[in-house]
Design a protein around this ligand. Structure first.
Ligand SMILES: [Zn+2]
Length: 92
């Protein structure tokens, strides 16, 4: 943890909450470096990690089906905001 605090701001109109004054792209990398951040790892050493990755695979498949159903398309382009590892839009 960086111990640095960031101000969160909530939009009065839609309720969307976002980080105010987030670091610029060139400085944000270190905030995402954590060996124990499970959703950014493919390690399956522990039972928990194995379950997590199994559940993630199921969730990504369910999301894919939902997008296909809503759009009536099997192939297309997707903008995945807050994409984490990018596995959803990569089709993994
Ligand atoms: Zn808003």
């Amino acid at each position: 943890m960086s111990q640095r605090e960031f101000e969160l701001v909530k939009c009065d109109q839609c309720g969307f909450v976002f980080t105010q004054n987030a670091p610029p792209e060139a400085e944000i990398g270190p905030y995402y470096q954590s060996a124990s951040y499970i959703s950014h790892s493919d390690r399956k050493a522990s039972l928990f990690e194995q379950l997590y990755h199994w559940a993630r695979g199921r969730m990504l498949a369910a999301k894919r089906k939902l997008v296909q159903k809503v759009t009536s398309k099997k192939i297309g382009r997707v903008l995945d905001i807050g994409s984490g590892t990018g596995y959803f839009s990569a089709g993994r």
